[in-house]
Design a protein. Structure first.
Length: 707
């Protein structure tokens, strides 16, 4: 048996589940017509030819006739209904093509909309016979057709159909009573438009479909409608506002709330406005669309190349050193350079290269992890590990432990300044490498200028290019320290080592404690007050372990070994507690300021479609840059009054925990991390303005005035 099913078997819209429930329940109509397998409709298998020839393709059609007020469905039924399918029973050697779907009409039942046909529709299929048929014989073509018909209720319908066609010499001719109807159906099939340039990309609320058409077509493109062939891709009932710029037209397509996973291509039908025809040949109503989907208009226009991405990554990594996330660790590294002031040049260079190697290796590891996780179907972005309460808890414990080490309470005379307690001896190159790893870990909450565009480009490219961009980020971040260590004469300008360094070392412990406190707050946002209590208990165990090591005498004595073993147990339990806490809080909890709503692509689409400006703050509790921008700019009275004056709808996309909808929205703008600030001017054009990651009042007020 050969199948001529829909191009997307088994894909139904979320609202179609309701129809399925209706189909499974007995209805009054079923009771009145218990033996009618095709209620309120009739199916027939018709042929364009009265006889077939060996090896010569011919056309048949499933003809569906519906009672007045009833309708069947297109390849994508929309918010309700079901796709028509055909299961063929063919003689040996026969083949069938896919169903050729005439363009549908939109069937509105607010707040839903479906795509389908009423009255009569022919679904045509090409059949290929084998070349060795015997002339004078008769072939039987049978099919089982299943469809759904709806009015106020939906009912399943089916029919077992067949045709018998004689085999004759000569090419088959369209000579049956159905030939003219099949010819008319061909004229309403979506036409190819090879000279039209279609492209598509994601934005925060869905998709943008752009095409460049002849001037005559672009002039009346407003009112055109795109029927997506894949169910649960776009909102079927939502308006599709159009913006025309000369020959270029953009349609805004809000995404379906049931959309899951990536969409590589936007396939479907572009229907001309009512009463209009597209200027192709003698004029057609519908054009077939098959556009690759990219991640934002910048990517669609090809403005970011691999070379540009490498440059952006290098400069962005360099700027990353100035971000507040990195200060606690890099200040320790600078102190380490001061300590190396009297060392030989070879050792200084080696330590600098080891630190740079730790940074670059960490960036490469993060890039590889992103590729592997995304290949598994999970949407993640830059800083993804900080969306895990376990990682945040372990880092809070680590920074608390490092702070105690800088205070000198862990091991007098040999603190954890160089992370020697983690990797190798305090003066070993492993400690410098570990310093680079730790610097990268604490840098990941931040997105520096230019860095976002580079990361967005990287995650859409082949793995080798992706990893090279991540390596460029690491090189940029480590470059100042590599240069400083390669030019030891520069170290002579730093203060000479002395007793003052002990005071500086102890002072630097407090930024580490502040980092631990910040991570504790992030942990609370992720897990709630119970989680914070458990994490504080873990820190108490760490303090106990440090006290045991401090209090017990040194040396290879049984007492010392006992103390070390108990301290190790305490630290292990602390890390296990921090890693094992599971959060229950959601990113969607309302903010204390009721002016900000939790991000929803559907709500943003509704606001922009109505013409209202929209501002989206993509943020996370673990993003220090985000919090600085919020306190200094977004939460000030001046900015909030400006938002109110311009009637701007405010949305907060809180990415503290993993959220695929927010990740997709970030990728729509070619970004993989936060902060990101997007301002929509409202209205049908919906052309968003991306604001800098380092925000100022002047930048935001100017943008508000421009809209």
């Amino acid at each position: 048996m050969s199948s001529g099913r829909t191009l997307h078997p088994g894909r139904v819209s979320g609202a179609a589940l309701l129809a399925a429930l209706l189909l499974s329940a007995p209805s009054v109509a079923d009771a009145q017509q218990p033996e009618d397998s095709s209620p309120h409709s009739e199916g027939a298998l018709v042929s364009e030819v009265s006889a077939i020839a060996p090896g010569r393709p011919f056309t048949v059609a499933l003809r569906l006739t519906m009672d007045p007020g009833w309708h069947s469905y297109w390849i994508n039924p929309g918010d309700a209904g079901g796709t028509t399918t055909i299961d063929w029973e063919l003689p040996p050697g026969f083949t069938t093509g896919e169903i050729q779907w005439p363009h549908p009409r939109r069937i509105e039942a607010p707040p839903l909309a479906s795509y389908g046909y009423d009255e009569v529709v022919l679904l045509i299929v090409d059949v290929g016979p084998p070349p060795d048929l015997d002339e004078g014989s008769t072939v039987r073509i049978a099919a089982r057709a299943d469809w759904v018909v709806c009015e106020e209720i939906c009912l399943p319908a089916s029919a077992d159909l067949e045709l018998e066609l004689p085999v004759r010499a000569g090419p088959p001719r369209p000579d049956t009573e159905w030939a003219a109807a099949i010819a008319r159906t061909r004229k309403v099939l979506p036409a190819a438009a090879p000279e039209w340039e279609f492209r598509a990309w994601r934005d925060a609320v869905g998709f943008v479909l752009e095409f460049e058409a002849p001037e005559a077509a672009a002039r009346h493109a407003e009112g055109a409608y795109f029927f997506a062939a894949r169910a649960s891709t776009v909102q079927h009932a939502a308006p599709q506002p159009a913006l025309r710029d000369g020959r270029r037209v953009r349609l805004s397509l809000p995404a379906s709330e049931y959309l899951h996973g990536a969409v590589d291509r936007l396939e479907g039908v572009l229907l001309a406005p009512p009463g209009e025809l597209w200027p192709i040949g003698d004029g057609v109503r519908a054009i077939a669309v098959d556009a690759p989907v990219t991640i934002g208009p910048a990517a669609a226009s090809g403005s970011v190349t691999f070379a540009v991405a490498l440059l952006f990554a290098l400069v962005g990594g360099l700027i990353l050193n100035l971000m507040p996330c990195v200060f606690p660790v890099l200040s320790i590294k600078v102190l380490g350079f001061v300590q190396q002031g009297g060392a030989n040049r070879a050792a200084v260079r080696a330590h600098g290269l080891a630190f740079a190697a730790g940074v670059i290796a960490s960036f490469l590891t993060l890039g590889a992890a992103l590729l592997v996780i995304r290949a598994g179907g999970t949407l993640v972005g830059w800083g993804f590990h900080l969306q895990s309460p376990a990682v945040v808890g372990i880092l809070a414990v680590l920074f608390f432990l490092l702070g105690l080490g800088l205070l000198g309470v862990l091991q007098p005379g040999a603190s954890l300044t160089r992370l020697g307690g983690l990797l190798g001896a305090p003066d070993g190159y492993g400690s410098s490498f570990a310093g680079g790893v730790l610097a990268t870990v604490v840098a990941t909450p931040c997105i520096a200028p230019l860095m976002g565009a580079a990361l967005g480009f990287a995650l859409t490219r082949p793995p080798l290019q992706t990893l090279l961009v991540f390596a460029a980020l690491g090189l940029g971040m480590s470059l100042p320290y590599a240069v400083l260590s390669a030019r030891p004469e520069l170290l002579s300008r730093l203060p000479r080592p002395g007793a003052w360094m002990e005071t500086v070392r102890q002072v630097l412990a407090f930024p580490l404690f502040a980092t631990s406190l910040w991570l504790l707050w992030v942990f609370g946002r992720q897990t709630g007050v119970d989680g914070v209590t458990y994490l504080l208990g873990a820190l108490l165990l760490v303090a106990l372990a440090v006290w045991v090591l401090w209090r017990w005498p040194r040396g290879r004595t049984p007492g010392r070994r006992y103390a070390v073993s108990r301290a190790a147990v305490a630290v292990t339990v602390a890390v296990a507690v921090a890693a094992g806490i599971r959060g229950t809080r959601s990113h969607a909890e309302p903010e204390p300021d009721e002016r900000w709503r939790a991000f929803s692509a559907a709500l943003v689409s509704a606001e922009t479609t109505s013409g209202r400006p929209v501002f989206i703050d993509f943020t996370a509790a673990w993003c220090l840059s985000c919090k600085v921008n919020e306190k200094v700019v977004l939460e000030t009275d001046e900015i909030l009054e400006a938002f109110e004056l311009h009637d701007v709808a405010l949305f907060k996309a809180d990415w503290t925990r993993q959220d695929e909808e927010i990740t997709r929205a970030l990728e729509a703008f070619g970004r993989t991390g936060v902060p990101l600030y997007v301002l929509y001017p409202g209205g049908p054009e919906r052309a968003p303005l991306l604001l800098p990651t380092i925000l100022t009042k002047e930048i935001l007020l100017t943008a508000l005035e421009e809209i």
